[in-house]
Write a protein that binds this ligand. Sequence first.
Ligand code: NAD
Length: 356
Amino acid sequence: MKYNIAVIPGDGIGPEVVRETILVLEKIGELYRHKFNFTEALAGGCAIDACGEPLPEKTLKVCKSSDAVLLGAVGGEKWDSLPGNKRPEQALLGLRKSLGLYANLRPAILFEQLKDACPLKSEIIGDGLDICVVRELTGGIYFGEKGQKNTNFGKSGYDVEIYSEEEVRRIAKDAFEIAMKRDKKVTSVDKANILESSRLWRRVVKEVAVDYPEVTLNHMYVDNAAMQLIRNPKQFDVIVTTNMFGDILSDEASMITGSIGMLPSASLGGNIGMYEPVHGSAPDIAGKDLANPIATILSAAMMLRYSFDLEKEAYSIEKAVKKVLDQNYRTRDIASEGAEVIGTKEMGRLIREALI
Ligand code: NAD
């Protein structure tokens, strides 16, 4: 089969980790007889330098005519003083909006080999963790009415949390579908004891659950969920939640996996998914062959699974990553005592070699 992938390397370590990922995908192509066509496009700081805007029209065109988008990371100090709507990160919001990406999947996986990097006690994490946070990405308080107004007591600021039944229904369905491919358990996180929008959220999630009798559903208030993630993270399989709660909980979940350099993500919704590591452009280590490419390589595995339905190939990448970690090779960010510390390129090469 032939697959067209738009590639946005971006800034900082983005091009380094994306390069290794493309090489991994090419090797998968050879092994499983697929043809991946890569079309590079600019977004972020490098696009501002080249064309004066973070998300050039040409880049959007490339993405819209592809089957999936692979993104490195954008941003850096050089562009920090630009006004909000001209900053590199604006490219991410623009891409999500234009591609209709309303669901953000962030698996928080703690590999057994990296238990030392987890800040929780070993009796809490046991043989590792595998949680998938499904965050609603284009609704809620981040997109609701907002502003500042004069009142008798000085200025007031406000942001409105608002969800339609349809917005909740589609993200809930995605969460149940994902759970069907995993341990068949969904935890819906809200604040239904206080918020009207959460009461609607909970009702719609319950309605969707009727179509998935094999999946166990429970509901949890967000404050409790934040605590349970630390107290007993193994109770979770899929967590589905709103834009703001998901933003916070997915960062908390990512921390218990040790390094941000290990965490992939997928943004889904329309016909074209976007896959990127959770980390940023890490300007402090850019160009030094120090970046961990695993988050981006695992994002490519998610691309194979969710956009192309290539489960075997996705699993092959995940298995190769585990094998290299088993052999005790580590980039600096995940290195513990006794490990063989290697650079970005060598990590990429070893993962390619381990693919079967
Ligand atoms: P960051 O994720 O870039 O870096 C945080 C820390 O983690 C740094 O010490 C960095 O060296 C380390 N790190 C990150 N990725 C790593 C990897 N793959 N391997 C090894 N170490 C890694 O976050 P930041 O420093 O807050 O932001 C830097 C820039 O990235 C900013 O301009 C920010 O706006 C941007 N950013 C972009 C995205 C994105 O493109 N999706 C996300 C977050 C931040």
